[in-house]
Ligand binder design. Structure first.
Ligand SMILES: Cc1cc2nc3c(=O)[nH]c(=O)nc-3n(C[C@H](O)[C@H](O)[C@H](O)COP(=O)(O)OP(=O)(O)OC[C@H]3O[C@@H](n4cnc5c(N)ncnc54)[C@H](O)[C@@H]3O)c2cc1C
Length: 522
């Protein structure tokens, strides 16, 4: 698009499934500016391989999808939010199909895949393992067809503008590196995940928790941040990104083998490789520890499966691994767990409203309570669709309040070069989080992490470039996650502490909320 406007009706920060779906709803009510900090294809949505779940097949029922989601959430799902997810999900997917999304079919019939912890086959796929990419393609095409929507790529939101406790606009750095303020009536945070908090993650580079950090600075409550899902199997090669190897591979019959090439999951869970993902991830960590290898990993083995079938079912995974000279039909794949999904985020009601007027959140950046303490596979794309649409609808009710006056220009600074030392600080944050606030947590480790993070604060006090803003956001989010995890003195869902290995329903069958500097349970 040509130059950014000084004011508009709605700003949507994020062009993944949640942001684009909300923008489509908002276009009926006014001008919508969607910001993406890199290209539109740089998002978690683009990477989603496994599928999108919804109770659409003849053998499925809404109540079964609801029950499976509640079971995965380990007591902490907001049942009302889950009801909305499973009841509105089918309609949102049918709408996607009308807008041109191509899901895999056998003849004319949709094909539903079975995933771990789902009691029915209910996950739709596109081209086997490119579901997110296809959903993003069709939503983006739909958004581009609506004249009120403009999408600005490489526009990096650095903060929220507020006046008398209400959000009135967004501060950003545009494609050329110029800082700008844009006034609007309401802002949606659809900034995605925070996987970059961790040394090993399946999330792309854009997932730096910007939404959580911006919301918290603007005074919004954030919730359930201690619940971070770790995916058991991400490619582990020294210089390659931690490419996700979908759970669907294990559902198809892939085995996990330790350094001695022995299968081990049977020792840890009766379901073997199909045990819940956090159980699998922790078992892998244990096997790696006892291997005493200097640089341990686990093998994912599909070599015993029908090669043609595997290649056809997972074309994108097959092609990506081939780029690293791994033929998954013949070679075992080195894997390690990696941070994958944030169950918590900016606290919202069932319409995406945060605790700050004029500010909304949807998708992975939000905490609706839909996932509780652990997400059911393939529910997150659905969440982005359902709650993106609901939030967009709610925002259309916001009174338009922009004055039309352009905010004064600010002194320009550049997008780069990267600040001296900032990469080192980010690396330190990622290592601390991986080692002390990762899959297995202890009080001592988390206290150490918090102390070290607090000591780093002065280095991040005055961010100027994009990267230093990301570093400051990661730093703040790391502190919020670590403080929430320390406060939850039990193990539940994806949050596992060796010093409190069991549930404590009496004290902690509640959501953590960070209010100002305090973690409370409500
Ligand atoms: C490898 C992988 C596989 C997955 N597989 C599945 C699956 O099979 N099924 C499923 O349901 N879920 C899956 N997930 C999770 C799912 O993809 C995400 O939860 C979901 O897509 C999040 O959508 P979103 O719209 O909230 O955010 P995203 O799609 O991550 O979009 C975030 C957007 O915000 C923008 N942004 C962020 N910060 C800023 C800023 N400061 N300024 C401007 N723009 C900003 C980004 O540029 C991006 O456009 C997977 C995730 C990963 C990483």
């Amino acid at each position: 698009m040509k130059g950014l406007p000084a004011e508009t009706d709605f700003v949507v920060i994020g062009a993944g499934v949640a942001g684009l779906r909300a923008a489509i709803e908002l276009a009926a009510a006014g001008r919508v500016l969607v910001l993406a900090k890199k290209e539109v294809t740089d998002s978690n949505t683009q990477q989603a391989q496994g599928g999108i779940a919804a109770p659409l097949s003849d053998e499925d029922e809404v109540i079964l999808h609801l029950q499976d989601t509640l079971t995965a959430g380990d007591g902490l799902c907001n049942t009302e939010a889950v009801k909305i997810l499973v009841e509105e999900g089918p309609q949102r997917i049918e709408e996607l199909i009308l807008w041109g999304t191509q899901f895999d079919r056998a003849g004319t019939k949709l094909v539903f895949g079975l995933e771990s912890a789902h009691s029915r086959s209910r996950s739709l796929h596109s081209q086997g393992d490119s579901t997110g990419r296809e959903i993003l393609r069709s939503l983006f095409a739909r958004a581009q067809s609506l004249k009120h929507i403009s999408v600005a790529q490489f526009a990096f939101a650095t903060g929220l503008l507020t006046d008398a406790g209400k959000v009135t606009g967004v501060a950003l750095i545009d494609e050329k590196g110029t800082p700008l303020d844009i006034a609007c009536s309401a802002v949606l945070l659809a900034t995605g995940g925070m996987g970059q908090l961790y040394r090993n993650t399946t999330n792309p580079e854009v997932a730096t928790a910007d939404g959580v950090a911006m919301a918290y600075r603007a005074g919004a409550e954030v919730s359930d941040l201690e619940f971070v899902q770790f995916h058991p199997t991400a490619l582990y090669l020294k210089k390659a990104p931690r490419f996700l190897l979908s759970e669907a591979l294990r559902a198809e019959g892939a085995h996990l083998r330790n350094f001695e090439l022995n299968r081990f999951m049977g020792k840890y869970h009766s379901m073997g490789e199909l045990a819940p993902p956090d159980v699998v991830a922790r078992a892998m960590v244990h096997e790696m520890e006892v291997s005493r290898a200097k640089d341990p990993f686990i093998y994912l083995d599909l070599t015993h499966l029908n090669a043609t079938k595997v290649q056809k079912r997972f074309p994108r995974i097959y092609a990506t691994l081939m780029q690293h000279n791994i033929d998954l039909t013949e070679d075992m794949i080195p894997v390690r767990p990696a941070a994958h999904y944030a169950m918590g985020g900016v606290r919202t009601d069932l319409h995406g409203k945060t605790t700050v007027a004029g500010l909304y959140a949807a998708g992975e950046a939000a905490s609706t309570g839909v996932h509780g303490a652990n997400r059911l596979a393939s529910n997150s794309l659905l969440e982005g669709l359902v709650f993106g649409a609901r939030t967009g609808k709610e925002m259309t009710l916001t009174a338009k309040s922009t004055s039309g006056a352009a905010p004064p220009p600010r002194a320009a600074y550049s997008n780069g070069p990267v600040d001296v030392g900032v990469e080192e600080v980010i690396g330190q944050i990622q290592d601390l989080m991986w080692n002390e606030v990762g899959m297995v947590r202890t009080r001592v480790g988390m206290q150490k992490a918090i102390k070290n993070l607090e000591e780093m604060a002065p280095k991040l006090a005055h961010p100027k470039t994009r990267r230093s803003h990301e570093a400051a956001n990661l730093h703040l989010a790391a502190l919020l996650v670590a403080r929430s995890a320390l406060a939850r003195e039990e193990s539940r869902g994806a949050h596992y502490r060796t010093d409190y290995p069991g549930h404590d329903d009496k004290k902690f069958l509640k959501h953590s909320v960070v209010r100002a500097d305090r973690v409370v349970f409500v």
